[in-house]
Design a protein around this ligand. Structure first.
Ligand SMILES: Cc1cc2nc3c(=O)[nH]c(=O)nc-3n(C[C@H](O)[C@H](O)[C@H](O)COP(=O)(O)OP(=O)(O)OC[C@H]3O[C@@H](n4cnc5c(N)ncnc54)[C@H](O)[C@@H]3O)c2cc1C
Length: 441
């Protein structure tokens, strides 16, 4: 067989490559490509502010730190590749909105606001040398803020890791966005009838109204499909924890035939094989469920040595007025990981982010320290899908120096869904548009 000149060249290239490879495997001193652990982020001579966590708080800290301290080098370290919103996601479960509405672009946020988005998971903190360890290398910082949200704490239900894994995987709570929400949506869509269990933990759990809103939305959806079904809402608390009037009237007047709301209900056992939940009062069979366990501060706080073990919440160990980690004036924590009893909600986390950005900017700019400002809690909840009706609450917080604690102030609510439900339902889209714009534009 004749070999053309082109083939000869091709074969000689392959031969050369394979010889080189064979050589490299056979050598007793293989050439190791060395890279140090430094993240591939260009150094500048500007003060560096690292924001860990690109959620509702971290995105506003990153944006507004750069606005208030333009001379800073702001790096947002986020483990996710894209942002998916928890707020509004209950409406997505039943196709009131599409996934694009919830999904946003970290690259765009960084471009628009002159900071750097660095995709990585933070794994530890060297507080002495000001170094953040991440899955993509080490990052040095002058100031760092952890806005990493929550993790789940299953320990009050079980210490059996295999069982916990089954709960996480087969019956996710749907309170951390991404796959959990998609699983939940598929459960709802594929439900054929019977009992669908939702739970409400005690303590300061993420988004107080969301489990009640979810119950209303799922009940409405099952009704529209004419399913012989019940949403069983097992609440550890002795009453609805927020917007009580609005939710109770919705349960009674709109969803009495589809929602079975049980208060003061501690779960004693969950048998996933027999599909039975045992409470202090009853054994309840279920066809499907989403079990929402207690929450705690994000685990990275523990790995970084900046969590405190109060009431098993493992939230940030900070001065509640300055957000500084105790003992360090260049490390901060905000958002749902904070220990203050503020509502663990997106609006609260976002408005707090604005304030923390001012605090950090005052340090970077070496200007006078600024005084504590209250976050703002604004929250809409859907109680009916067709027609769409919402209830609403607004609140700030005030600090009592004597008791060193916070309480609600300027609180107002609109819970009469018959009278104000339509205006509220229209407003929720305006609210979400404004907040997405605030974080990404
Ligand atoms: C179903 C549902 C409905 C809700 N509805 C509303 C509503 O209507 N209104 C409202 O105001 N709030 C609502 N919330 C609450 C709101 O979503 C949260 O309170 C808010 O997201 C908290 O913001 P955050 O920045 O503290 O945490 P998050 O938004 O959770 O952000 C934390 C970020 O940190 C990242 N992260 C964590 N660990 C690491 C690590 N080690 N390295 C790198 N990155 C890390 C995470 O990936 C995440 O992006 C709702 C929540 C749910 C679940």
């Amino acid at each position: 067989m004749a070999i053309s000149r082109r083939d000869a060249l091709k074969y000689s290239t392959i031969l050369a490559a394979s010889t080189a490879m064979a050589g490299s495997t056979n050598t007793s001193n293989p050439k190791v490509i060395k890279s140090n652990n430094k993240a591939r982020i260009a150094d500048t001579n500007k003060p560096r502010v690292v924001v860990v966590g690109g959620g509702w708080s971290g995105l506003s800290v990153a944006k507004y730190t750069k606005i208030f301290a333009p001379n800073s080098d702001v790096i947002l370290v986020e483990q996710r590749h894209e942002f998916i919103s928890c707020p509004m996601s209950n409406l997505w479960l039943v196709d009131k909105i599409n996934l694009e509405y919830l999904t946003h672009d970290y690259l765009q946020a960084a471009r628009n606001n002159n900071y750097t988005y660095f995709q990585a998971t933070a794994t530890g903190l060297d507080k002495t040398n000001n170094i953040l360890h991440t899955s993509n290398g080490d990052i040095n910082y002058d100031y760092i803020i952890f806005a990493c949200g929550i993790d789940y704490d299953y320990s009050r239900w079980t210490n059996d890791i295999a069982f916990e894994t089954r709960l996480r995987q087969d019956y996710p709570a749907g309170f951390i966005p991404g796959s959990e929400h998609i699983t939940l949506k598929n459960k709802i869509k594929n439900f054929k009838g019977g009992n669908f269990i939702l739970t409400v933990p005690s303590g300061n759990y993420r988004c107080l109204p969301a489990p009640y809103e979810r119950a209303c939305i799922i009940a409405d959806y099952f009704k529209s499909k004419k399913l012989d079904a019940k949403v069983i809402l097992l609440d550890e608390n002795n009453t609805v924890t927020i917007k009580k009037k609005g939710f109770e009237s919705a349960f009674n007047e709109l969803h009495g035939d589809y929602i079975d709301y049980q208060v003061n209900t501690k779960i004693l056992n969950i048998d996933l094989d027999k599909k039975v939940v045992t409470t202090e009062f009853d054994d309840i069979e279920f066809e499907d469920a989403a079990f929402y366990p207690h929450v705690r501060g994000a685990r990275i706080l523990e790995f970084a040595g900046i969590a405190k073990d109060a009431k098993n919440m493992l939230e940030g160990d900070i001065n509640p007025l300055t957000y500084e980690v105790n003992g360090y004036n260049n490390i901060f924590i905000s958002g749902d990981s904070r220990p203050m009893g503020f509502s663990k909600s997106g609006n609260t986390a976002n408005s707090e982010g604005h304030f923390v950005a001012k605090l950090i900017a005052s340090k970077v700019n070496k200007t006078a320290p600024i005084k504590w400002e209250s976050p703002t809690t604004t929250c809409f909840s859907c109680v009916s899908l067709n027609p769409e009706r919402d209830i609403y609450i607004y609140s700030n917080y005030k600090y009592d120096k004597k008791s060193k604690s916070f309480s609600f102030t300027n609180t107002s609510s609109s819970e009469d869904w018959k009278k104000d439900g339509k205006v509220n339902a229209d407003s929720v889209y305006k609210w979400a548009d404004a907040l997405y714009k605030d974080m990404f534009s």
